[in-house]
Design a protein around this ligand. Sequence first.
Ligand SMILES: NC(=O)c1ccc[n+]([C@@H]2O[C@H](COP(=O)([O-])OP(=O)(O)OC[C@H]3O[C@@H](n4cnc5c(N)ncnc54)[C@H](O)[C@@H]3O)[C@@H](O)[C@H]2O)c1
Length: 494
Amino acid sequence: MPTPTSANLSRRDFLSATALVGSGLLAGVAPTLLAQTPPPTPSDTPRRRRYAVVGLGARYSMYRNAILDTYSAHAELVALCDNNAGRLALARRKIRKKTGAEVPGFSDADFDRLVRETRPDIVIVTTKDSTHHTYLIRAMELGCDVITEKPMTTDAQKCRAILEASHRTGRKVIVTFNYRYSPPRTQVKELLMDGVIGDILSVDFHWLLDTHHGADYFRRWHSQKAESGGLLVHKATHHFDLINWWLSASPVSVQATGKRDFYTPAMARRLGLESHHERCHTCPEAAKCSFHLSLAANANLRELYLDQETHDGYFRDRCVFRPDIDIEDTMNVSVRYDTGATLAYSLNAFNGWEGYHIAFNGTKGRLEHGVQEQVSVSGDGSVPGALKPEATYIRIFPLRAPAYAIPVREGVGGHGGGDSVMLDDIFSPAPPADRFRRASDERAGAASILTGIAANEAIRTGQTVEIATLVPGLTRPDYTPMPSGTDPLPMPPR
Ligand SMILES: NC(=O)c1ccc[n+]([C@@H]2O[C@H](COP(=O)([O-])OP(=O)(O)OC[C@H]3O[C@@H](n4cnc5c(N)ncnc54)[C@H](O)[C@@H]3O)[C@@H](O)[C@H]2O)c1
């Protein structure tokens, strides 16, 4: 490991180290740190951290608002980057209108110059999935810490390259697993940690996407495995991360099947259309198709995508029944973990509701948890992944004792209320110590995608895939302690 400096310390380390310097406790312990960390002064305590954002599509606005509004006392937006000149200009215009400030913009080809000229501490990467690695690796090489949207990347080779770069540079990687921070999901973690159902031997987890949000993945770059890794990486990285974190376990081997049965040209005809078409905007059968998405009719979608497509030919509204789609809409995955636990998982993208059921089978009972989400389409102004409180539950089924419901903590806002809690952990200067260890680094980012990458490989070959063959020697993330799998257990009542 390189010697810690003020630039490569984690934010928590940095803050606690600064406090220790103030108290004199670090005297003689970390000379490099002492030399490079100036004493705080009333005017700049602590100085605002400098952020650059690469990728200015739908997801970017959450980070922009966090930096410019909620956390503006601690954060500064110093540069923007996108390979679409129109979206880049739009993002700059919007900031100018909101704050009066000029934030410099850079094309993808000018990323090195961006870092050289604007000196960000942290680069936030919100580009399409297949391009994350380029910016993560280069930003770390140029001396920045990085925050990346999920999935960290899309295949094993890129994953190994990111891990190698982080190891080589000593820079900090945060993977923004907002689902962990959603209050009901944190509550499940707390119940499992507290041993309410003992140690976990197996899990049944079934995630459903509806024909609004679910269909949306088949319109854009997500519909190509080379761009997104397919839904087993792009979407299920959230789900496999939740399992890793809930169980404090890492995946060992994966079996899977997958197929695309609904978003097909044949289904377009069965639904009464003459055929699939290129895109909604020019569709001759728009009036007959309830999957039609009008970019022109929604102000957000129009300015973000339709008005900018002449720059790069990125059509946000491609036909969901096109033949060139190569991702699955129906997936079943079986996973074995290093704790001995096993997982039966399914993901289905054409359902009547969106959300999930999960059941943890423990040595003292079973925990069942479920969530239904509101209808949303990315970038159209709706709140993504908002929960329906009336359809969110946690129930405990102890062995041979009456079942009971647990009042569920409410999650409000984006992604089950997880977005705002996560932003606080990322941007606030002194986040409280987190008993649930929700902050994620490159090891957790890798562990979550490797299940999906292995599942893709298992679907392709029909073979069981060992995670260690994809990334040898991946170290375990800093998981929380969990109930022991060897301690004596109370005999259940007769
Ligand atoms: N955590 C969550 O819940 C959540 C929700 C939505 C999206 N995301 C993630 O956020 C990321 C962005 O998703 P989105 O919905 O905003 O997509 P989007 O298509 O709306 O935006 C992507 C942006 O990246 C730009 N881009 C593409 N390739 C680039 C390159 N090589 N260099 C520079 N810019 C490039 C595009 O021009 C576009 O502006 C994805 O990784 C996605 O998985 C996460």
